[in-house]
Design a protein around this ligand. Structure first.
Ligand code: NAD
Ligand code: UDP
Length: 332
C-alpha cells in the first residue's frame, strides 16, 4: 500500500491513477486545504475500485499513526504542502510551518513503523537562476522566496535523515511545469480564485471566466521574446513517480531526478497551440514582466531517462486539449 499525502490535489490525484494502473494499492490523506472531496469519487470512477481516504492533516501524528496501523504501508509519496510563490512571500510562517512540519511528522511516524521508501515533491524552483540550460541535477541550488526555501530546506532535511539511517530510500523529484489533465476530463488542476499559473489562466479565458491573458514580458532574450518553460503533462509526471518508486524498491539510498521533457516552449507557443485546439478563444495582451520571473528554464531529462527509464510521451497539443476538456467539464 502506498500512502499519498495531498493525494486529492492536482499531481497527487493523477499519481494515484498511475499507481493503481501499475497495480499498487493507494491510501490518501488530505486536509482539503486546496482540493475538494469529490476528487475521491472521480478517482473511483477512473480507477474502477474504492479509494481509501483519510481527511486530516499530515502534521497530526496521531492520525498518521492510525493510518500506518490500519494499512500495510510500504512507501510514502509526499505531495501535501502549500505551493503559491506569491502567497509564501505574504505568509512565510504558514508556509514554513505547513511544508516543513508535515514532512517532519511523516518522517517520525515512518521511522516508528519501519517504513523505508519516501518520494518527495520538489521543484525546479530550487535551481533559482541556473547558470546555463538545460538544467542538470548537480547544478547549484538556491531559492528566491519562502516557498522555494521550504523545498530547499526539506531537501536538506531528507539528506540528513538518510545520512543518519542509510536503510532509508528517498527520491527527491524536481518537477518542471506540470500542465494538462487526465484524458477522462474528471480530474485536473482546479486552483482557488484567480490562477497564478499560465495554463489554468488560459483555460479560464477560453471558457469565458476571464477576459484575456496578460503575457508577462515580450522582451526576454528568447525565440519570440516571451518566457520559456519546460511544460510536462501531469500524467507523464505521475508516471515518473511510479518509475521512482520502482527505483526505491531496489534500495538506492537518496536519489534526485528532474522530471521534465527537456523541451522549452514559450508563452506564445503555448497560447498559439491552445488556440488551435479551442478555436481561437484566448485573447492576450502583452504586459510588463512579472517580478521574480526568469527568461528560460528547462530540464535535462537524461538522468531520469537513463536511471528510471522515464521519458515524457505527451505532446503540447495533448496538454492543451486535456486542460481545456477538464475546464469545460468543470464549469462553475
Ligand atoms: P495541490 O495544492 O493541488 O495539492 C496539494 C494537496 O495537499 C492539496 O490537496 C491540499 O489540500 C493538501 N495539503 C496541503 N497541506 C496539507 C497538510 N498539511 N495535510 C494534508 N493535506 C495537505 O498541489 P500540486 O500542484 O498537486 O502539488 C503537489 C506538490 O508538488 C506540492 O508539494 C508542490 O509544492 C509540488 N510542486 C508542484 C508544482 C506545480 O506546478 N503544480 C511544481 C513543483 C512542485
Ligand atoms: N505567464 C504569463 N501570464 C500569466 C501567467 C504566467 O505570461 O498569467 C508566464 C510566466 O511569466 C512564465 C510562464 O508563463 O514565463 C509560466 O508561468 P507559471 O506561473 O505557470 O510557472 P513558473 O514557471 O513561473 O513557475
Amino acid at each position: 500500500m502506498i500512502l499519498l499525502t495531498g493525494g486529492l490535489g492536482y499531481i497527487g490525484s493523477h499519481t494515484a491513477v498511475e499507481l493503481a494502473e501499475a497495480g499498487y494499492d493507494v491510501v490518501i490523506i488530505d486536509n482539503l486545504s486546496n482540493s475538494k472531496i469529490d476528487v475521491v469519487d472521480k478517482l473511483e470512477q477512473i480507477i474502477g475500485s474504492p479509494v481509501k481516504f483519510y481527511k486530516g492533516d499530515c502534521q497530526d501524528e496521531e492520525l498518521l499513526r492510525r493510518i500506518f496501523m490500519e494499512n500495510d504501508i510500504t512507501a510514502v509519496m509526499h505531495f501535501a504542502g502549500y505551493k503559491a510563490v506569491g502567497e509564501s512571500v505574504e505568509k512565510p510562517i504558514e508556509y514554513y510551518d505547513n511544508n516543513i512540519n508535515a514532512t517532519l511528522a511523516l518522517l517520525k511516524v515512518m521511522k516508528e513503523f519501519g517504513v523505508k521508501n519516501f518520494v518527495f515533491s520538489s521543484s525546479a524552483t530550487v535551481y533559482g537562476r541556473a547558470k546555463s540550460m538545460p538544467i542538470y541535477e548537480d547544478f547549484e541550488v538556491s531559492a528566491a522566496n519562502p516557498y522555494g526555501r521550504t523545498k530547499l530546506f526539506i531537501e536538506e532535511i531528507l539528506k540528513d535523515v538518510q545520512h543518519a539511517d542509510n536503510s532509508l530510500n528517498i527520491a527527491i523529484l524536481r518537477y518542471f511545469n506540470p500542465i494538462g489533465a487526465h484524458k477522462s476530463g474528471l480530474i485536473g488542476e482546479d486552483p482557488n480564485g484567480i490562477p497564478n499559473n499560465l495554463m489554468p489562466y488560459i483555460t479560464k479565458v477560453a471558457t469565458g471566466k476571464l477576459d484575456h491573458l496578460n503575457i508577462f514580458g515580450n522582451d526576454y532574450d528568447t525565440k519570440d521574446g516571451t518566457g520559456v518553460r519546460d511544460y510536462i503533462h501531469v500524467c507523464d509526471l505521475a508516471l515518473g513517480h511510479v518509475k521512482a518508486l520502482k527505483k526505491l524498491e531496489t534500495a538506492p539510498g537518496l536519489v534526485i531526478y528532474n522530471l521534465g521533457t527537456g523541451t522549452g516552449y514559450s508563452v506564445l507557443e503555448i497560447v498559439n497551440t491552445f488556440n488551435e485546439v479551442c478555436g481561437n478563444l484566448v485573447k492576450y495582451e502583452f504586459a510588463p514582466r512579472r517580478a521574480g520571473d526568469i527568461d528560460v528554464c528547462y530540464a535535462s531529462p537524461e538522468k531520469a531517462e537513463k536511471e528510471l527509464g522515464f521519458k515524457a510521451q505527451h505532446t503540447l497539443k495533448d496538454m492543451c486539449e486535456s486542460s481545456y476538456k477538464f475546464e469545460k467539464n468543470n464549469l462553475k
